[in-house]
Design a protein. Structure first.
Length: 269
């Protein structure tokens, strides 16, 4: 896979003025930094396939992770090239010929589903998606101190969240080692970015754990399952359906993971 990234250091924050009004009678003008929403168009084999609202950093990782969790690819071996333009507005992905499923699929019907909380993200067609079902993940051993280490890392502060209180975060870890962390407007994007980071750097996701700042409904759990991640942790809570999905596919699911406690909803020996 060849990666051609033309963008560099796109602005993540912008300073905006506001009027502060306090219950105690305070009233003054001030300003603070807020996040920039960034629109990324993703073309696959020159066909516009996705529109993503995101933060303009780790864009290649976002695209790679989204391609995997939308089951368009199964590994980076399915990709010939990824190109990101200098403004970070356009990503072009070229799949290897064996992955080009466009022929024969153009007449198929398509219904878009938008992940919860990601109303700006759109999958425009499923020409390149495969229909292979998710497989159960392979369980691995884990220790509570590894989960607490991820919770400590998150609680110590993520750079953008410390400024704006407006991002979701995600951590990638192997045992007690934090391999990568990222932030984004949406928790789905953050999860896809850590998955994409692992793909880009040839890290075996089957040996990894992920910690998310966001709640875990089924659309988050299924991303981890498609990626083969055995342990999904979150600071927040799961839905009943996500718990059942995790149990079905042998995904260890740990939620409300804080510095001093955690709730293990599904564990697989």
């Amino acid at each position: 896979m060849h990666i051609n990234e033309q963008y560099h250091d796109l602005p993540l924050l912008e300073t905006k003025a506001y009027q502060f009004i306090g219950r105690d009678g305070q009233n003054f003008s001030t300003e603070e930094q807020v996040l920039n929403e960034h629109l990324l168009d993703v073309y696959i084999n020159d066909r516009l396939t996705m529109k993503l609202i995101c933060l303009p950093q780790h864009l290649t990782e976002l695209v790679l992770g989204r391609l995997l969790t939308e089951h368009i690819i199964r590994s980076v071996d399915d990709i010939e090239q990824i190109y990101i333009c200098e403004y970070g507005k356009r990503a072009k992905v070229y799949l290897r010929p064996s992955q080009n499923k466009e022929s024969g699929a153009l007449g198929a019907s398509f219904v878009e589903t938008t992940p919860s909380c990601c109303t700006g993200n759109h999958i425009l067609n499923d020409y390149f998606s495969s229909d292979h079902p998710p497989a159960p993940v392979t369980p691995i051993e884990w220790k509570p101190e590894w989960i607490f280490h991820m919770a400590d890392t998150f609680a110590d502060g993520m750079p953008l969240h410390s400024v704006t209180f407006a991002t979701h975060s995600c951590l990638l870890a192997r045992k007690n080692e934090i391999l990568f962390s990222c932030e984004d407007i949406g928790r789905h994007n953050a999860l896809d970015k850590v998955i994409g980071y692992a793909l880009r750097h040839q890290i075996d996701l089957r040996e990894c754990m992920i910690y998310s700042s966001g709640r875990i409904p089924t659309d988050m759990a299924i991303k981890a399952i498609y990626a083969g991640i055995p342990i999904l942790c979150s600071k927040a809570s799961p839905t009943a359906e996500a718990i059942e999905l995790a149990r079905k596919y042998q995904l260890t699911l740990i939620c409300a993971a804080r510095r001093d406690r955690m709730k293990v909803f599904v564990t697989v020996s």
